[in-house]
Design a protein around this ligand. Structure first.
Ligand code: AMP
Ligand code: MG
Length: 319
Protein backbone atom coordinates (compact mmCIF):
# COMPACT_ATOMS: atom_id res chain seq x y z
CA UNK A 1 0.00 0.00 0.00
CA UNK A 2 1.25 3.53 -0.79
CA UNK A 3 2.36 5.55 2.20
CA UNK A 4 0.25 8.68 2.65
CA UNK A 5 1.24 11.95 4.23
CA UNK A 6 -1.20 12.18 7.16
CA UNK A 7 -1.92 15.85 7.90
CA UNK A 8 -3.61 17.10 11.05
CA UNK A 9 -6.40 19.55 10.20
CA UNK A 10 -7.40 22.07 12.84
CA UNK A 11 -11.09 21.99 13.77
CA UNK A 12 -11.54 25.63 12.66
CA UNK A 13 -12.98 27.28 9.55
CA UNK A 14 -9.78 27.04 7.49
CA UNK A 15 -8.94 23.50 8.66
CA UNK A 16 -12.40 22.18 7.80
CA UNK A 17 -12.27 23.76 4.32
CA UNK A 18 -8.90 22.03 3.74
CA UNK A 19 -10.27 18.73 5.08
CA UNK A 20 -13.29 18.94 2.74
CA UNK A 21 -10.95 19.74 -0.18
CA UNK A 22 -8.94 16.62 0.64
CA UNK A 23 -12.17 14.56 0.56
CA UNK A 24 -13.24 16.21 -2.72
CA UNK A 25 -9.87 15.21 -4.21
CA UNK A 26 -10.49 11.57 -3.33
CA UNK A 27 -8.55 11.58 -0.06
CA UNK A 28 -9.24 9.74 3.21
CA UNK A 29 -9.85 12.02 6.19
CA UNK A 30 -10.63 10.88 9.73
CA UNK A 31 -12.96 13.12 11.74
CA UNK A 32 -14.82 13.09 15.04
CA UNK A 33 -18.51 12.25 15.36
CA UNK A 34 -20.48 11.99 18.60
CA UNK A 35 -20.08 8.17 18.48
CA UNK A 36 -16.46 7.40 17.51
CA UNK A 37 -13.97 8.82 14.98
CA UNK A 38 -14.97 8.04 11.40
CA UNK A 39 -12.66 7.34 8.45
CA UNK A 40 -14.23 9.49 5.77
CA UNK A 41 -14.23 9.40 1.97
CA UNK A 42 -16.46 11.01 -0.67
CA UNK A 43 -19.32 8.48 -0.74
CA UNK A 44 -19.85 9.09 -4.48
CA UNK A 45 -16.22 8.36 -5.45
CA UNK A 46 -15.57 4.64 -6.09
CA UNK A 47 -11.80 4.86 -5.79
CA UNK A 48 -11.94 6.79 -2.52
CA UNK A 49 -14.49 4.38 -1.01
CA UNK A 50 -12.41 1.37 -2.12
CA UNK A 51 -9.40 3.01 -0.44
CA UNK A 52 -11.24 2.94 2.91
CA UNK A 53 -11.34 -0.87 2.78
CA UNK A 54 -7.63 -1.00 1.94
CA UNK A 55 -6.60 1.46 4.67
CA UNK A 56 -8.57 -0.42 7.35
CA UNK A 57 -7.87 -3.94 6.05
CA UNK A 58 -11.66 -4.31 6.07
CA UNK A 59 -13.33 -7.29 4.37
CA UNK A 60 -15.01 -6.03 1.20
CA UNK A 61 -18.33 -7.70 2.03
CA UNK A 62 -18.77 -5.50 5.14
CA UNK A 63 -20.65 -2.37 3.93
CA UNK A 64 -20.11 1.18 5.16
CA UNK A 65 -22.45 3.84 6.57
CA UNK A 66 -23.14 6.96 4.47
CA UNK A 67 -23.28 10.18 6.52
CA UNK A 68 -25.47 13.09 5.43
CA UNK A 69 -25.91 16.75 6.34
CA UNK A 70 -29.71 16.60 6.47
CA UNK A 71 -32.77 14.44 5.88
CA UNK A 72 -33.58 15.89 2.46
CA UNK A 73 -30.16 14.82 1.10
CA UNK A 74 -30.38 11.37 2.68
CA UNK A 75 -33.84 10.76 1.19
CA UNK A 76 -32.50 11.10 -2.36
CA UNK A 77 -30.61 7.80 -2.07
CA UNK A 78 -33.15 5.46 -0.45
CA UNK A 79 -36.78 4.37 -0.56
CA UNK A 80 -38.02 6.54 2.28
CA UNK A 81 -40.87 5.31 4.47
CA UNK A 82 -43.21 6.71 7.13
CA UNK A 83 -41.34 4.80 9.82
CA UNK A 84 -37.97 6.10 8.61
CA UNK A 85 -39.39 9.60 8.61
CA UNK A 86 -40.75 9.20 12.12
CA UNK A 87 -37.41 7.98 13.48
CA UNK A 88 -35.36 10.50 11.53
CA UNK A 89 -37.50 13.45 12.65
CA UNK A 90 -37.26 12.34 16.29
CA UNK A 91 -33.68 11.10 16.56
CA UNK A 92 -31.49 12.71 13.89
CA UNK A 93 -28.94 14.11 14.14
CA UNK A 94 -27.86 11.36 16.51
CA UNK A 95 -26.34 7.89 17.03
CA UNK A 96 -28.93 6.02 14.92
CA UNK A 97 -28.24 4.37 11.55
CA UNK A 98 -31.14 3.32 9.32
CA UNK A 99 -30.79 0.58 6.71
CA UNK A 100 -33.20 1.18 3.83
CA UNK A 101 -33.65 -0.04 0.29
CA UNK A 102 -31.32 1.82 -2.04
CA UNK A 103 -32.98 4.10 -4.61
CA UNK A 104 -32.13 3.03 -8.16
CA UNK A 105 -31.19 6.65 -8.96
CA UNK A 106 -28.70 6.84 -6.09
CA UNK A 107 -25.15 7.62 -7.17
CA UNK A 108 -23.56 6.38 -3.94
CA UNK A 109 -20.56 4.18 -4.67
CA UNK A 110 -21.47 0.50 -5.12
CA UNK A 111 -18.53 -0.31 -2.84
CA UNK A 112 -20.28 1.53 0.01
CA UNK A 113 -23.11 -1.04 -0.02
CA UNK A 114 -20.79 -3.99 -0.75
CA UNK A 115 -23.17 -5.14 -3.46
CA UNK A 116 -26.28 -5.13 -1.23
CA UNK A 117 -29.58 -3.65 -2.48
CA UNK A 118 -29.78 -1.68 0.81
CA UNK A 119 -27.84 1.26 2.19
CA UNK A 120 -27.06 2.36 5.76
CA UNK A 121 -27.51 6.10 6.41
CA UNK A 122 -27.04 8.48 9.33
CA UNK A 123 -26.86 12.16 10.25
CA UNK A 124 -24.16 12.65 12.88
CA UNK A 125 -24.62 15.07 15.79
CA UNK A 126 -21.20 16.68 16.00
CA UNK A 127 -20.36 20.24 14.94
CA UNK A 128 -17.15 19.18 13.14
CA UNK A 129 -18.87 16.36 11.22
CA UNK A 130 -21.73 18.71 10.36
CA UNK A 131 -19.38 21.40 9.04
CA UNK A 132 -17.32 18.90 7.05
CA UNK A 133 -20.49 17.55 5.40
CA UNK A 134 -21.66 21.09 4.64
CA UNK A 135 -18.27 22.04 3.15
CA UNK A 136 -18.12 18.92 0.97
CA UNK A 137 -21.73 19.40 -0.10
CA UNK A 138 -22.33 15.65 -0.37
CA UNK A 139 -22.39 12.41 1.63
CA UNK A 140 -19.35 10.99 3.41
CA UNK A 141 -18.76 7.23 3.67
CA UNK A 142 -17.30 6.56 7.10
CA UNK A 143 -16.68 3.41 9.10
CA UNK A 144 -14.84 3.66 12.41
CA UNK A 145 -11.27 4.96 11.94
CA UNK A 146 -9.36 1.90 13.14
CA UNK A 147 -7.73 -1.16 11.63
CA UNK A 148 -10.50 -3.69 11.04
CA UNK A 149 -11.29 -5.84 14.06
CA UNK A 150 -9.51 -3.66 16.59
CA UNK A 151 -10.70 -1.20 19.23
CA UNK A 152 -12.69 1.75 17.89
CA UNK A 153 -11.09 5.21 18.27
CA UNK A 154 -12.58 7.85 20.54
CA UNK A 155 -9.76 10.41 20.18
CA UNK A 156 -7.25 11.51 17.51
CA UNK A 157 -4.38 9.67 19.25
CA UNK A 158 -6.18 6.32 18.79
CA UNK A 159 -6.71 7.07 15.07
CA UNK A 160 -3.06 7.96 14.51
CA UNK A 161 -1.88 4.83 16.35
CA UNK A 162 -3.73 2.67 13.77
CA UNK A 163 -3.86 4.72 10.58
CA UNK A 164 -0.97 7.22 10.48
CA UNK A 165 0.65 6.94 7.02
CA UNK A 166 -2.44 5.14 5.62
CA UNK A 167 -4.76 8.17 5.38
CA UNK A 168 -4.48 11.74 4.12
CA UNK A 169 -5.55 13.58 7.21
CA UNK A 170 -7.29 13.76 10.52
CA UNK A 171 -9.37 16.50 12.08
CA UNK A 172 -8.49 16.52 15.77
CA UNK A 173 -11.67 17.45 17.60
CA UNK A 174 -10.94 15.97 21.03
CA UNK A 175 -12.77 13.06 22.65
CA UNK A 176 -16.07 11.66 21.32
CA UNK A 177 -18.96 12.18 23.70
CA UNK A 178 -21.01 8.98 23.24
CA UNK A 179 -18.01 6.70 22.76
CA UNK A 180 -19.95 3.78 21.16
CA UNK A 181 -20.92 3.30 17.52
CA UNK A 182 -24.42 4.08 16.31
CA UNK A 183 -27.37 1.77 16.87
CA UNK A 184 -28.25 0.16 13.51
CA UNK A 185 -31.88 -0.57 12.61
CA UNK A 186 -32.87 -2.41 9.44
CA UNK A 187 -36.14 -1.04 8.03
CA UNK A 188 -36.15 -3.03 4.77
CA UNK A 189 -38.54 -5.58 6.32
CA UNK A 190 -39.70 -6.17 9.89
CA UNK A 191 -37.90 -3.47 11.92
CA UNK A 192 -34.77 -5.22 13.16
CA UNK A 193 -31.90 -4.30 15.47
CA UNK A 194 -28.65 -5.16 13.66
CA UNK A 195 -26.27 -3.54 16.16
CA UNK A 196 -26.94 -2.15 19.63
CA UNK A 197 -25.17 1.18 20.01
CA UNK A 198 -25.16 4.70 21.36
CA UNK A 199 -28.95 4.99 21.29
CA UNK A 200 -30.75 2.51 23.59
CA UNK A 201 -33.24 0.37 21.65
CA UNK A 202 -36.14 1.05 24.05
CA UNK A 203 -36.13 4.70 22.91
CA UNK A 204 -36.55 3.52 19.31
CA UNK A 205 -39.24 0.98 20.21
CA UNK A 206 -41.19 3.65 22.02
CA UNK A 207 -41.13 5.99 19.01
CA UNK A 208 -42.29 3.36 16.51
CA UNK A 209 -44.59 1.61 19.04
CA UNK A 210 -43.09 -1.71 17.90
CA UNK A 211 -40.71 -4.23 19.47
CA UNK A 212 -37.61 -4.64 17.33
CA UNK A 213 -36.57 -8.04 16.06
CA UNK A 214 -32.88 -8.75 16.70
CA UNK A 215 -30.27 -10.10 14.29
CA UNK A 216 -26.82 -9.25 15.62
CA UNK A 217 -24.86 -10.46 12.63
CA UNK A 218 -22.75 -7.45 11.79
CA UNK A 219 -19.00 -7.72 11.37
CA UNK A 220 -17.04 -10.66 10.07
CA UNK A 221 -18.82 -13.91 10.77
CA UNK A 222 -16.80 -17.02 9.97
CA UNK A 223 -19.40 -19.65 10.78
CA UNK A 224 -23.07 -19.65 11.79
CA UNK A 225 -23.51 -19.00 15.50
CA UNK A 226 -19.98 -17.76 16.04
CA UNK A 227 -19.51 -14.41 17.72
CA UNK A 228 -17.27 -12.33 15.46
CA UNK A 229 -14.07 -11.09 17.04
CA UNK A 230 -14.21 -7.31 16.94
CA UNK A 231 -13.13 -4.32 19.03
CA UNK A 232 -10.27 -6.56 20.15
CA UNK A 233 -7.35 -5.31 22.23
CA UNK A 234 -4.04 -7.23 22.20
CA UNK A 235 -4.84 -8.45 25.71
CA UNK A 236 -7.34 -11.23 26.40
CA UNK A 237 -10.56 -10.22 28.12
CA UNK A 238 -12.20 -11.97 31.08
CA UNK A 239 -15.78 -10.82 31.44
CA UNK A 240 -18.08 -10.67 34.50
CA UNK A 241 -15.05 -10.66 36.81
CA UNK A 242 -15.73 -9.95 40.49
CA UNK A 243 -12.06 -9.49 41.43
CA UNK A 244 -8.70 -9.26 39.73
CA UNK A 245 -6.36 -12.26 39.55
CA UNK A 246 -2.54 -12.31 39.31
CA UNK A 247 -1.22 -10.80 36.03
CA UNK A 248 -4.55 -9.16 35.28
CA UNK A 249 -5.56 -5.55 34.94
CA UNK A 250 -9.04 -4.79 36.17
CA UNK A 251 -11.56 -2.62 34.34
CA UNK A 252 -14.22 -1.90 36.94
CA UNK A 253 -17.80 -0.69 36.97
CA UNK A 254 -19.33 0.70 40.13
CA UNK A 255 -17.73 0.81 43.59
CA UNK A 256 -15.03 -1.85 43.08
CA UNK A 257 -11.26 -2.01 43.46
CA UNK A 258 -9.73 -1.80 40.00
CA UNK A 259 -7.04 -0.23 37.78
CA UNK A 260 -9.52 1.83 35.75
CA UNK A 261 -13.20 2.39 36.40
CA UNK A 262 -15.77 2.81 33.61
CA UNK A 263 -18.03 4.61 36.09
CA UNK A 264 -17.60 4.62 39.86
CA UNK A 265 -21.24 5.70 40.19
CA UNK A 266 -22.50 2.86 37.91
CA UNK A 267 -23.62 5.40 35.27
CA UNK A 268 -24.00 3.56 31.95
CA UNK A 269 -23.72 6.73 29.85
CA UNK A 270 -20.40 7.56 31.48
CA UNK A 271 -19.28 3.92 31.12
CA UNK A 272 -20.08 3.91 27.37
CA UNK A 273 -18.03 7.08 26.92
CA UNK A 274 -15.06 5.52 28.72
CA UNK A 275 -15.20 1.98 27.29
CA UNK A 276 -12.92 2.14 24.23
CA UNK A 277 -10.45 4.64 25.71
CA UNK A 278 -10.10 2.43 28.84
CA UNK A 279 -9.43 -0.65 26.70
CA UNK A 280 -6.84 1.34 24.74
CA UNK A 281 -5.16 2.51 27.97
CA UNK A 282 -5.03 -0.91 29.66
CA UNK A 283 -3.81 -2.47 26.40
CA UNK A 284 -0.96 0.08 26.20
CA UNK A 285 0.02 -0.98 29.74
CA UNK A 286 0.66 -4.45 28.27
CA UNK A 287 -1.73 -6.35 30.49
CA UNK A 288 -1.91 -10.05 29.44
CA UNK A 289 -5.55 -10.19 30.50
CA UNK A 290 -8.07 -7.48 31.25
CA UNK A 291 -10.70 -8.55 33.78
CA UNK A 292 -13.97 -6.63 33.40
CA UNK A 293 -16.70 -6.12 36.00
CA UNK A 294 -20.25 -7.26 35.17
CA UNK A 295 -22.27 -4.60 33.34
CA UNK A 296 -26.08 -4.64 33.68
CA UNK A 297 -27.87 -5.68 30.46
CA UNK A 298 -30.13 -2.62 30.34
CA UNK A 299 -30.15 0.58 28.25
CA UNK A 300 -26.64 1.39 27.01
CA UNK A 301 -25.40 -1.64 28.98
CA UNK A 302 -26.64 -3.83 26.10
CA UNK A 303 -24.31 -2.07 23.66
CA UNK A 304 -21.41 -2.09 26.14
CA UNK A 305 -21.84 -5.84 26.72
CA UNK A 306 -22.10 -6.47 22.97
CA UNK A 307 -18.73 -4.75 22.42
CA UNK A 308 -17.15 -6.58 25.38
CA UNK A 309 -18.38 -9.98 24.18
CA UNK A 310 -16.96 -9.36 20.72
CA UNK A 311 -13.69 -8.06 22.19
CA UNK A 312 -13.46 -11.28 24.24
CA UNK A 313 -14.42 -13.61 21.36
CA UNK A 314 -11.90 -16.06 19.87
CA UNK A 315 -9.68 -14.21 17.39
CA UNK A 316 -9.41 -15.26 13.76
CA UNK A 317 -5.93 -16.63 12.96
CA UNK A 318 -5.25 -13.72 10.60
CA UNK A 319 -6.17 -10.95 13.06
P1 AMP B 1 -18.57 0.57 11.27
O1 AMP B 1 -17.45 -0.01 10.52
O2 AMP B 1 -18.31 0.51 12.73
O3 AMP B 1 -19.01 1.90 10.79
O4 AMP B 1 -19.79 -0.40 11.01
C1 AMP B 1 -20.75 -0.18 10.02
C2 AMP B 1 -21.78 -1.25 10.17
O5 AMP B 1 -22.90 -0.98 9.35
C3 AMP B 1 -21.26 -2.63 9.78
O6 AMP B 1 -21.48 -3.52 10.84
C4 AMP B 1 -22.10 -3.00 8.59
O7 AMP B 1 -22.33 -4.38 8.52
C5 AMP B 1 -23.38 -2.18 8.79
N1 AMP B 1 -24.02 -1.86 7.52
C6 AMP B 1 -23.64 -0.95 6.62
N2 AMP B 1 -24.43 -0.99 5.51
C7 AMP B 1 -25.33 -1.95 5.74
C8 AMP B 1 -26.41 -2.50 4.97
N3 AMP B 1 -26.70 -2.05 3.77
N4 AMP B 1 -27.12 -3.50 5.51
C9 AMP B 1 -26.81 -3.98 6.73
N5 AMP B 1 -25.80 -3.52 7.50
C10 AMP B 1 -25.08 -2.52 7.02
MG1 MG C 1 -15.95 -0.38 13.19
Amino acid sequence: MTIRNTKTFRPDEKGLIEAADALRNGGLVAFPTETVYGLGADAQNDTAVADIYAAKGRPQFNPLIAHFADISQAKLHVKWSDMANHLAEALWPGPLTLVLERHNKSNLSQFLCAGLPSVAIRIPAHPIAEQLLANLGGPIAAPSANISGQISPTCAKHVNADLFGRIDGIVDGGACQVGLESTIIDLTGVPTLLRPGGLPKDIIEEIISTKLATVLNYGVIKAPGQIASHYAPQARLRLNAKTKEANESMLGFGPVECDLNLSETSDLVEAAGNLFSSLHTLDCDNAATIAVSPIPEIGLGMAINDRLRRAAAPRPATN
